[in-house]
Design a binder for this molecule. Structure first.
Ligand SMILES: Nc1ncnc2c1ncn2[C@@H]1O[C@H](COP(=O)(O)OP(=O)(O)OP(=O)(O)O)[C@@H](O)[C@H]1O
Ligand SMILES: O=c1[nH]c(=O)c2[nH+]cn([C@@H]3O[C@H](COP(=O)(O)O)[C@@H](O)[C@H]3O)c2[nH]1
Ligand SMILES: NC(=O)CC[C@H](N)C(=O)O
Ligand SMILES: [Mg+2]
Length: 522
């Protein structure tokens, strides 16, 4: 039987900044793909059954002997291969060609001339002429200096003699430029050519088919058992709720914990959308007092995260106990969570923050996991949400961390700080929406600074708190730029916060990128 997973590609990651982007582009074309680290167990490559393999770019250099190489299995399985940047360079050295380091790095827009036809680039052009040319985006120091036997050079630039090579007989290709970035105008067409025409993949990866497929899997997994889900009002858990509701209806019970550290009026909003509008069974636990009590006198960020996480588990355990017969726990784990926790076999990532999640439930709960979003990127999760009938506003919401305002109130958390912060945040978000900036930023929020600052309000001296505003643009939340919000907009938000909220005398805007700063202040 064919399924939406039958036709798929494998991406081996050499550590490029853009590997996730390659996967997202392939999936946008309608083809399922997975990202594995380059040193993933090679014995699994043949068994995975990909119709083609993409070798990503990477920060290392093939001009030294001990840099990463593609496992031999890649060349043995007999499927089409596309090497991008580092991936092309390692193909060159592994297959008998050569690479060299150039004096000048090539970074940014470039024009390649198509000097010989092949199946990958044939007919693609931004500029007609002889030879035709493509507008591409480059990011490299090294380049291929000799193509391996069996390959023809298909593109060059003014700076490098080999910008693409091809072996149509074996269906192996390499491009020095990056087709996954939008600056390479024919990039999508190139990737489609590879995935669909050369690898022969059918394009079945779309929201409707994913939903049908997941509904069948969920039903097969849980049968007539009861399932519980921690519902936060965030995108991921809401989409899981909608999906499970469609798959198993009344067998699903959601537990929504109102921690008192949520966004302004979020509790009511979640109940309204999920329980009233969608008909999902939701138990609302009003636990604000418990949270504030547990956090009293605690100011260390990691300690606060632990307390919030543990209390969450405790409450969840209590509620599950009351329900009695749940056998399954559903979670909103998405694909980046999976990639980040798998990582490279040799990689050593540092723990910067211990992100809260539902993991670590007590042993006696013994619940099986249901994770229907495990294979999906955030943008795919959003498309699923829309297809499942969730309101657009909920689906395109900025993410909100599990510990909520608990890590946006610097230092000790107090109910009056949470109230002030939630209101300031609501003003900021409202003005962002009015100005059309909400959808242009990836995450925006206010932060409460427990320092007093002098102001003058109505001719009188004020000595009150400081609110910081943060707005960032990012694709994957691993790196981020601060958003260049218009001064007028910032001015309006600042005015409103100081005028409408007593106890605030000053508003500042955070202009730190990530790295070196992180997105949240704690
Ligand atoms: N207040 C809460 N009540 C119940 N479950 C919660 C709560 N906060 C977090 N969770 C659980 O923790 C998980 C992780 O939270 P996280 O913020 O990463 O995802 P999300 O809230 O679903 O989506 P988003 O990233 O858009 O905020 C959620 O999917 C949910 O299951
Ligand atoms: O569920 C969560 N629990 C946490 O403890 C946590 N800390 C940060 N974040 C979110 O993760 C993204 C990256 O944030 P940082 O740059 O601050 O690490 C941003 O989207 C943050 O909002 C969290 N999410
Ligand atoms: N983006 C890349 O893959 C770069 C490859 C290699 N590190 C170079 O500088 O040429
Ligand atoms: Mg959330």
């Amino acid at each position: 039987m064919t399924s939406i997973h039958s036709d798929k590609l494998l991406i081996l990651d050499f550590g490029a900044q853009y590997t996730q982007l390659i996967a997202r582009r392939i999936r946008e074309i309608g083809v399922y793909c997975e990202i594995w680290a380059w040193d993933h167990d090679p014995a699994e490559i043949a068994a995975f059954g990909a119709r083609g393999i993409i070798l990503s770019g990477g920060p290392e250099t093939t001009t030294v002997a001990d840099s990463p190489r593609a496992p031999q299995e890649v060349f043995d399985v007999g499927v089409p291969i596309l090497g991008i940047c580092y991936g092309m360079q390692t193909m060159a050295v592994q297959l008998g060609g050569a690479t060299e380091a150039a004096d000048q790095r090539e970074f940014g827009a470039a024009e390649v001339s198509l000097v010989a036809p092949d199946r990958l680039l044939d007919g693609l052009k931004d500029h007609a002429g002889s030879p035709p040319r493509l507008d591409v985006w480059m990011s490299h120091g090294d380049h291929v200096s000799r193509a391996p036997a069996g390959f023809v050079v298909t593109a060059k630039t003014d700076r490098i003699p080999i910008a693409a090579f091809a072996d149509d007989a074996r269906r192996w290709y390499g491009v020095q430029f990056h087709p996954e970035v939008t600056h390479t105008r024919q990039g999508e067409a190139l990737l489609r050519r590879f995935a669909v025409d050369i690898c022969g993949c059918a394009t079945r990866w779309n929201a409707e088919e994913i939903i049908e497929d997941q509904i069948a899997r969920i039903r097969a997994q849980v049968g007539s058992d009861e399932v519980i889900l921690g519902l936060s009002g965030g995108v991921d858990s809401s989409v899981v709720a909608a999906l499970l509701h469609r798959a198993i209806g009344g067998q699903l019970t959601c537990v929504f914990v109102d921690t008192g550290l949520l966004r302004w009026r979020e509790g009511d909003q979640v109940m309204q959308t999920m329980a009233q509008h969608m008909g999902v069974k939701v138990i609302r636990v009003n636990a604000a007092a418990r949270y504030f009590k547990a956090l009293e006198g605690v100011s260390d960020p990691e300690a606060k995260r632990k307390i919030i996480g543990n209390l969450f588990v405790e409450i969840f355990d209590e509620e599950a106990g009351k329900l009695g017969n749940a056998r399954w726990l559903a979670q909103g784990t998405i694909y980046p969570d999976v990639i980040e926790s798998a990582g490279s076999r040799t990689g050593k990532a540092h723990v910067i923050k211990s992100h809260h999640n539902v993991g670590g439930l007590p042993e006696h709960m013994k619940l099986g996991l249901v994770e229907p979003l495990r294979e999906l990127f955030k943008d795919e999760v959003r498309r699923l949400g829309v297809a499942l009938g969730l309101p657009r506003e909920m689906v395109y919401r900025h993410p909100f961390p599990g510990p909520g305002l608990g890590v946006r109130i610097l230092g000790e958390v107090k109910p009056e700080y949470a109230d002030l912060l939630a209101r300031a945040d609501a003003i900021f978000i409202e003005e962002l929406r009015v100005a059309g900036w909400y959808d242009r930023t990836s995450q925006a929020f206010a932060v409460f600074l427990p320092v007093k600052s002098v102001g003058v309000v109505g001719d009188a001296r004020a000595y009150e708190w400081v609110i910081a505003l943060r707005a960032v643009e990012t694709i994957d939340f691993m790196t981020a730029h601060w958003a260049h919000l218009p001064y007028d907009l910032l001015g309006k938000v600042s005015n409103r916060i100081i005028n409408e909220l007593r106890n605030v005398s000053r508003v500042v805007y955070d202009i730190s990128g990530k790295p070196p700063a992180t997105i949240e202040w704690e």
